[in-house]
Design a protein around this ligand. Structure first.
Ligand SMILES: N[C@@H](CCC(=O)N[C@@H](CS)C(=O)NCC(=O)O)C(=O)O
Length: 201
């Protein structure tokens, strides 16, 4: 299989973490894609131009980090990241949705700040900065939830990749005033899959 990524993409990082957590390094070739470039050869592989993108052994391509992570998790027939059974499944979906909501906002903010200065929208930056502040407060309250402890799951991976954007976004300062989140992040940051997928600063 081939997994197309960019080193800074938090969505691709989720898929890269799953590859490592599942021990799939020998089965999945990581390929750096040229995104956001006119006429990139990558568009012939994935017309949407986004990463992550997984080209399976049968040649079929998959988009969307959730779909790709689930496929990779099932690739060995022994999934470990499927949602739990019963009511806990709704809790897992609820928390994953909040983590993804924060991540989506951060991605918009990060994209905005990557634009040439005269093309940036201060309104968008302000809106996303404020959203992230509110969401970090939510996470400081939710971080004691049983699904944020115990075995690694997609809620934890999504939240970790969102918080990890601090390496690329100096204005995303989520640590002050959020000691529980800092402590939680310290634990997940110690995992080899997280360390090995750190985005460039
Ligand atoms: N919902 C998608 C989001 C993927 C996404 O937005 N990826 C960004 C990088 S962080 C991208 O490929 N951008 C290139 C572009 O927009 O052309 C997922 O979860 O995989």
């Amino acid at each position: 299989m081939k997994l197309y990524i960019t080193p800074g993409s938090p969505y691709a990082r989720m898929a890269r973490m799953v590859v490592i957590e599942k021990g799939l390094e020998k089965r999945v070739e990581i390929v750096v894609a040229q995104t956001r470039r006119a006429d990139s050869p990558y568009y012939a592989i994935n017309p949407s131009g986004r990463v992550p993108y997984l080209v399976r052994d049968d040649g079929v391509g998959l988009e969307e980090s959730t779909v790709i992570c689930a496929w990779l998790d099932h690739a060995d027939g022994k999934p470990i990241f499927d949602p739990p059974a019963g009511d806990a499944a709704w809790e897992a979906r609820r928390l994953e949705a909040i983590a993804r909501s924060m991540l989506d906002g951060l991605a918009v903010w990060s994209r905005e700040t990557a634009r040439p200065e005269n093309e940036r929208s201060p309104t968008t930056v302000r809106h996303e900065t404020e959203r992230s502040r509110r969401m970090i407060d939510v996470w400081e309250k939710e971080i004691g939830h049983p699904l944020l402890g115990g075995a690694l799951n997609m809620v934890q991976i999504t939240l970790a990749c969102a918080l990890g954007l601090e390496a690329r976004m100096p204005d995303f300062r989520w640590r002050p005033g959020h000691p529980k989140l800092v402590e939680w992040h310290g634990r997940i940051a110690a995992r080899p899959s997280f360390a090995a997928t750190a985005p460039p600063g």
